[in-house]
Design a binder for this molecule. Structure first.
Ligand code: CO
Ligand code: ZN
Length: 330
């Protein structure tokens, strides 16, 4: 279990550049002999079951947040912009990795007040002494991600991009555990470009014409020292059933089905209202004439930092809940 989470979360996949992650996932899917294909924008679609009435999309995104090079100065320092919701406060002193293996460290110009810290005050140092030397390794438009540093401490793991490789892992584990006969037609979709606006899920759900949608993604927690921020979700208390975030108000039929299924199978769960943030369900539910959708969230600390943290028991309970949902008639 741990080995695959490590491989998934350490692989390179900023939005728009998901090919490494996709080939890792399709290698796993091939071992299981499910029909699968890649859609026009690059999402990987796995077809499960052909007899059921309802078509259900179950989505997790492959991409992660990252940085893109915008300018290289004469001394070889790189300026960059963000791919998705990168927090400037996490960047100074952080190491980043480019797809070709080049490693950089993020430096910061002098500022008087913390609130002055924006992307214009930050640069990447790849150890080049001038522009030509830098250009041998990195070009304008190249992207970088946080340096991989997977670690397990007891039941908890920290790594970059658990948002949403942990969701990809949950989907892969569910695929391994499904019985051969199912009441629904399931489409497991590993989407692209979620972090820049839920884009891959939009085109995949147009193509697949689902009756229902479910996204599997991480959510914030309120159990860390953070006096101004109130949220009931905690690490280690089970998967969260999303009620609302800024991209979707989850459909009551899906929410109730998730709660009933968890209770019937004695799987712990929590209710989630996320004040800021979105998931692929935000695109899926607005596809075509509208698709009743919900979200199964894995509680996660320090989202969008180099060290996101999840609890392995939550991961296991998320897998159990999703397996049971797949076995239920919707
Ligand atoms: Co995210
Ligand atoms: Zn996510």
């Amino acid at each position: 279990m741990k080995e695959l989470i490590k491989k998934l979360s350490e692989s390179f996949g900023p939005a728009g550049c998901e090919n490494n992650v996709r080939s890792l996932i399709s290698d796993e899917v091939k071992k299981l002999n499910f029909e699968h294909y890649v859609d026009t924008l690059g999402s990987l679609i796995v077809k499960v079951g052909s007899k059921g009435k309802q078509r259900i999309i179950i989505a997790a995104h492959m991409d992660e947040i990252g940085l893109m090079v915008t300018f290289i100065d004469e001394n070889g320092f790189l300026r960059f912009t963000n791919i998705g919701g990168v927090l400037t406060s996490t960047l100074p002193g952080t190491k980043v990795l480019f797809q070709n293996g080049t490693v950089g460290v993020i430096g910061q110009e002098k500022i008087k007040e913390p609130k002055e810290l924006d992307f214009s005050k930050l640069y990447i140092d790849i150890g080049a002494s001038n522009r030509d030397e830098a250009l041998e390794k990195v070009k304008i438009g190249h992207t970088a991600v946080f340096m991989p540093a997977f670690h397990q401490e007891g039941n908890r793991i920290t790594s970059k991009s658990l948002d949403d490789r942990i969701g990809c892992f949950v989907l892969l584990e569910v695929l391994k555990r499904l019985p051969s006969s199912l009441p629904n037609r399931l489409y497991f979709v590993f989407t692209v470009q979620e972090e820049v606006g839920l884009r891959g899920a939009k085109t995949a759900s147009y193509r697949l014409k689902p009756d229902y949608g479910l996204a599997v993604d991480v959510t914030r927690v309120g159990d860390t020292p953070e006096p101004d921020f109130k949220m009931v979700v905690s690490l280690g208390k089970g998967p969260a059933v999303k009620i609302k975030d800024s991209s979707v108000i989850c459909h009551s039929r899906v929410v109730n089905l998730m709660i009933e299924t968890a209770e019937k199978n004695q799987i712990p769960y929590q209710l989630e209202v996320l004040e800021q943030g979105g998931t692929d369900a935000g695109s899926i539910h607005l596809s075509r004439e509208g698709v009743p959708s919900g979200v199964l969230s894995v509680p996660c600390r320090y989202i969008h930092t180099p060290a996101e943290m999840v609890d392995l028991e939550d991961v296991e309970n998320s897998i159990s809940l999703l397996v049971e949902l797949c076995k239920t008639s919707w």
